[in-house]
Write a protein that binds this ligand. Structure first.
Ligand code: MG
Length: 506
């Protein structure tokens, strides 16, 4: 590797040592991608063990005395360039975190993740909460320990959310929800009470079965159109769609096929494309350094939601989609543009987060955010969780799950001990709308820009404003640098009102 951007001799030494840590991360990424896609079921025991050892080795290398000294020495140097300072910032943060966590806990987390995910998968399939319960208890117990070791400002949640979104605090998330939820409620009530809504509750296409090979082809054609570089990425199948970045030139995405309601797999694919594009457009000179990779989950989710909703659910994109469906799926055939627009924009309270529409989605996050805090603060225990989940669902969206699988067991996060992660989805929604505002300011009305031949302008713009920086700046700093302001929920409210209240076809 030629570290072209890095001249300081200490930084060069730091990067050389870091490359080993990076390589372990690379291997770990491949292992977790494999676990979700091709690993045979009984591989789980050895995978858990290997995963534990790799995490421990990685922590050990990060806390290596000479390495830590080098980073400390570099941190007080005054003549570092911007990139060198970025390297120091990212590493100081990681060292600070890993110094506080005892190796036994780090190993236990890695091992439990693999085991709990495996149990969760089966528990969800069997609708058996009692099977998963002990692991869920352990997950929250471990998360609580992590928070205690890391220390926090007001409540344990502060320490956990900071792991996914640097400098984010619980009260800032509360403020964000306080700002958007009443507006969403108003818009939702309005849409649900309208007759002949542009955004109907249900659509006949939701029942429609599809030929899997045709929709696989459709997803590939969509990715072709969006410009997914197949020489640097793959599309596979997994129970929960995800993106795994092995590096700037190797990004894997997955989708899933349920056999009916094709918008689910199509929009999951577009969502993951958004994540992938972020990683693929990071400055290549950051390769194998701490600056490679998206800076936070909130920024990451802003990219996926941007492509899924802000681009993907517009009339302009629907026109492109309609053409691709006609080409790829003879059995679905020609679907009228207006019909397709309504189909991909149905609005109704539903139980499954990943399938929720733009108006109800954030209620699912608010629910998880509240329950996670209550569990961490020991206001409720895991036994009571399903009951609280169901009642809160009823309070927010007026519906109650009938099974555990469509309630508490639906998401992968708790089995992965990713507690504090959920709010980043709502941050992503809010930031995506902010990006839309600034993109339109620079490139003009989206409806004029979303055309096959112009999509590259959008990608280029995103690269310049967000992607190329990788982890160079903290999330809020990045927004300030690119847009002159930190996260601002006003644009999301504006977007919601424009699309769903004023019913302007966007
Ligand atoms: Mg995502």
């Amino acid at each position: 590797v030629n570290y072209l951007l890095f001249e300081d001799p200490d930084i060069k030494k730091i990067l050389e040592h870091y490359r080993i840590i990076w390589a372990l991360g690379h291997a770990g990424s491949l292992m977790s991608w494999d676990m979700e896609t091709y690993m045979p079921e009984e591989g789980v025991q050895e995978r858990a063990l290997a995963s534990r050892e790799i995490s421990l080795l990685s922590q050990k290398l990060l806390l290596d005395e000479k390495f830590v000294e080098l980073v400390e020495k570099a941190s007080v140097k005054e003549n570092l360039n911007e990139y060198e300072r970025g390297v120091v910032r990212v590493l100081e943060r990681r060292i600070r975190i890993y110094k506080k966590l005892p190796p036994e806990l780090v190993g236990e987390l890695a091992k439990t993740r693999v085991e709990a995910q495996n149990v969760w998968k089966n528990a969800r399939a069997k609708n058996d909460f009692s099977m998963f319960k002990p692991y869920l208890e352990k997950a929250f117990e471990l998360a609580r320990k992590v928070a205690e070791y890391l220390e926090y400002d007001d409540e344990p949640y502060d320490a956990l959310i900071d792991l996914y979104e640097e400098d984010m605090r619980t009260k800032m998330v509360v403020q964000m929800f306080d700002s958007i939820i009443p507006e969403l409620k108003k818009a939702l009530d309005k849409v649900l009470n309208e007759e002949n809504s542009l955004y109907p509750r249900t659509h006949p296409l939701e029942e429609r079965k599809y030929v899997r090979e045709e929709i696989e082809k459709l997803n590939r054609r969509i990715l072709d159109t969006l410009g997914f570089p197949w020489s640097r990425g793959r599309l596979d199948v997994s129970p929960h769609p995800f993106t795994d970045d092995l590096g700037i030139k190797d990004v894997r995405i997955t989708t899933r096929y349920e056999g009916f309601d094709f918008k689910r797999t199509v929009y999951a694919t577009i969502h993951e494309f958004g994540h992938a594009l972020y990683e693929l457009q990071v400055d290549e000179r950051f390769m194998a350094t701490p600056l490679a990779g998206g800076v936070s989950l909130g920024i990451h989710e802003s990219q996926s939601r941007f492509w899924e909703n802000i681009i993907g659910r517009t009339m302009a994109f629907v026109k492109i989609l309609s053409k691709l469906i006609e080409e790829a799926s003879p059995s679905l055939g020609k679907i009228g543009i207006e019909e397709l627009y309504s189909y991909v924009n149905t609005v109704k309270p539903s139980l499954i987060r990943v399938e929720a529409d733009e108006l109800t989605y954030n209620f699912h996050i608010l629910l998880r955010f509240n329950l996670e805090r209550m569990l961490l603060n020991k206001e409720i225990n895991v036994d009571e969780l399903p009951e609280y989940w169901n009642n809160m669902m009823d309070e927010y969206l007026g519906i109650k799950p009938k099974t555990f699988s469509e309630g508490v067991l639906q998401d992968i996060h708790w089995s992965g001990i990713m507690i504090g992660y959920f709010p980043t989805y709502s941050l992503g929604n809010v930031i995506a709308a902010q990006i839309r505002h600034y993109l339109q300011k620079d490139l003009g009305e989206l409806s004029e820009v979303i055309m096959e031949e112009k999509l590259k302008l959008i990608k280029e713009w995103l690269k310049e404003k967000i992607h190329k920086y990788g982890s160079l700046y903290k999330p809020q700093e990045l927004l300030e640098k690119s847009f002159g302001e930190p996260m601002n929920p006003e644009y999301f409210k504006e977007y919601i009102n424009e699309k769903f209240v004023a019913k302007k076809i966007v």
